[in-house]
Design a protein around this ligand. Structure first.
Ligand SMILES: *[C@@H]1O[C@H](CO)[C@@H](O)[C@H](O)[C@H]1NC(C)=O
Ligand SMILES: *[C@@H]1O[C@H](CO)[C@@H](O)[C@H](O)[C@H]1NC(C)=O
Length: 390
């Protein structure tokens, strides 16, 4: 049976008033309502933990002192529980992965890694795993672009529905594991950190940030060449200290695509704040054309029609990887324009003369090759191919 990824939206509901409120609240009377393919489910947000430090072999210790209290003080689960798998595909074998293990050097020594080729990493987010529908097309487009290594990070057990709060805390540990593995590959095969491009969707974006820059320092020596954040997760990250979320200090080049920062009711799976050298707000970034509006979504949640609510909520968040996948080999360049805000952009105030000043950007894979930096806006089509005018 085909498994479908579930959830993609986190709400907090205040029972006494029955109203939808933003996810972060001070009191313990809130519950999170998450959408599934079946019926809406509720989970209790665990009571806030006191200051704690938790330590594991090899990956080390994690505490929840400020700013690492962003997951409601939750701490990472154990490496045994999360059971992260690193699957390496290479141009010598694009379909059957080798399993790499940072505790077993032989898995790296015996692998088909070619350190002189680009080393691209794919990291999924909440409720996803190695089999999520977008991972294989992304891998294939990357190999079609040019010979490379592609590493898929599967942290399914740490990203399980409905434990969003745990998943947020687990991003730190999975990021540390990925950092250890890349360091090992560097030491053993000579892979240059500059050659590493980490592509993360949702929570995976923040894992890329933790992996490239675990100690949030300014030393560039061990930072990855590039991180692409595909609708970086917003809840528990938005507005937080840059040490806990993806930011442009995390790699030599950070590009980000924002597709689901819907601000109505404070909801949205993606992060609104800019976090890269270049940030693309596709169709304004709040929600995507061809995806139903948040108003419909909320009424269908409240009406119990979670199946349609699921279709709707997953849509805008998932467009970020849809656009990125298309951008890798498409002739259409996804040209984006620097602008103060989306309203000015759609009023045509920022495209005349085209790309004057700081220059335009190309959303997606080719973004480093455009001159543009900063906040960019563009519109897309509502159906595949997304690039271009309607
Ligand atoms: C507990 O954490 C808070 C912030 O998260 C910090 O201000 C406080 O100093 C910590 N207390 C101890 C005993 O470490
Ligand atoms: C990694 O290697 C260790 C032994 O060094 C083993 O216990 C562990 O199960 C391996 N992990 C995976 C995912 O294969």
């Amino acid at each position: 049976m085909a498994s479908r990824s579930i959830l993609l939206l986190v709400f907090v509901i205040n029972y006494s008033s029955g109203s939808l409120v933003p996810i972060e609240r001070e009191d313990d009377t809130t519950i999170a309502v998450l959408l599934t393919t079946s019926s809406p489910q509720t989970i209790t947000v665990t009571p806030t933990r006191p200051n704690t430090t938790i330590c594991f072999d090899i990956v080390g210790c994690f505490n929840n002192n400020d700013p690492f209290n962003n997951a409601n003080n939750e701490l990472p689960q154990s490496p045994d529980f999360i059971n992260t798998h690193f699957l390496l595909y290479t141009s010598l074998d694009e379909t059957i992965p080798e399993i790499l293990n940072y505790t077993d050097d032989s898995t790296i020594k015996n692998s088909k890694i070619n350190p002189s080729l680009p080393f691209r990493i794919i990291v999924h987010g909440f409720t996803n795993n190695r089999d999520s529908a977008w991972i294989s097309p992304l891998r294939q487009e990357l190999f079609k672009k040019d010979p490379c290594n592609v590493l898929v990070v599967d942290w399914e057990h740490g990203a399980k529905f409905p434990f969003y709060q745990n998943a947020v805390a687990n991003t730190r540990l999975v990021g540390k594991q990925l950092a250890l593995l890349i360091k090992k590959i560097h030491d053993i095969s000579g892979l240059a950190f500059d050659n590493v491009h980490c592509i993360g969707h949702s929570l995976g974006s923040h894992i890329c940030g933790y992996a490239s820059n675990p100690d949030d320092n300014s030393n560039d020596d061990t930072k990855f060449g590039r991180i692409s954040g595909l609708d970086p997760a917003g809840p528990f990250f938005e507005g937080k200290n840059k040490a806990v979320r993806l930011d442009k200090g995390d790699a030599k080049f950070v590009d980000s695509i924002h597709t689901n920062t819907e601000v109505a009711f404070g909801l949205g799976l993606g992060m609104k704040e800019a976090c890269g050298h270049i940030d693309f707000y596709a169709n304004g970034g709040t929600s995507q054309p061809g995806c139903p509006s948040i108003g419909n979504l909320i009424s269908s949640v409240l009406g119990g029609q979670s199946e349609s609510a699921y279709e709707q909520s997953s849509c805008s968040h998932g467009r970020a990887h849809g656009y990125f996948i298309e951008s890798i080999n498409a002739k259409c360049p996804y040209t984006a324009f620097p602008c103060h805000d989306y309203k000015s952009f759609i009023e045509g105030k920022c495209i005349d003369p085209p790309c004057s000043g700081t220059g335009c950007g190309y959303m997606g894979f080719t973004s480093p090759f455009s001159n543009g930096r900063g906040t960019m806006y563009l519109n897309t089509r509502s159906t595949y191919p997304f690039c271009g005018e309607q």
